[in-house]
Design a protein. Structure first.
Length: 173
């Protein structure tokens, strides 16, 4: 069932978060997890007419949004990064991923999420450049003042020394 739900996430970004959480427990599912999968399936049955719809419009601005939780996964205390990228008003890319390492602070988990979003936006910009589209500045919206401050200040302090300088410099391009 999880495989079918993962397939559906390619056209239904509204179920990505719930599906990814259920997928984390796929190796050792319990009755609680089965109930959650059934809940997702009931939601899908009630929202059959919802999906991605792309209309033709003139807007061609690349924009990114990113967010993270801190230690949201209670059994491993790992954070989750999420990001979406729009081309005009069209959702082009989205992701939700458990971070590889356990973050020691909210700032680190949010910075890593912001970095992942920036990497995706830079890749999209490169691909669109091959087709003749150029972007001077690409707005990326984020709600963490700490992550923004770290990315704007390349000086390494004792609390940010674990972040590589090339990571920070790539975010400012």
């Amino acid at each position: 069932m999880i495989g079918a739900l993962m397939y559906l996430t390619s056209s239904r970004p509204d179920i990505v978060q719930a599906t990814c959480v259920c997928a984390r427990y796929q190796a050792h599912p319990t009755e609680k997890h089965l109930k959650e999968v059934k809940r997702i399936l009931r939601y899908l049955r009630g929202t059959v007419n919802i999906g991605l719809w792309y209309t033709k419009d003139s807007s061609f601005e690349l924009t990114g949004f990113s967010d993270a939780d801190y230690a949201g996964f209670k059994d491993t205390f790992k954070s989750t990064s999420g990001g979406v990228q729009f081309l005009g008003e069209k959702l082009m890319s989205w992701s939700l991923k458990k971070q590889d390492c356990t973050s020691l602070s909210t700032a680190k988990s949010e910075f890593m999420s912001l970095f992942a979003c920036c990497a995706q936006v830079l890749w999209m910009r490169t691909q669109l450049t091959y087709y003749g589209y150029h972007f001077d500045k690409i707005p990326i919206y984020y709600d963490s003042k700490l992550a923004i401050a770290i990315s704007c200040n390349p000086v390494q302090h004792s609390r940010t020394k674990h972040k590589r300088s090339d990571t920070i410099s790539s975010m400012s391009t």
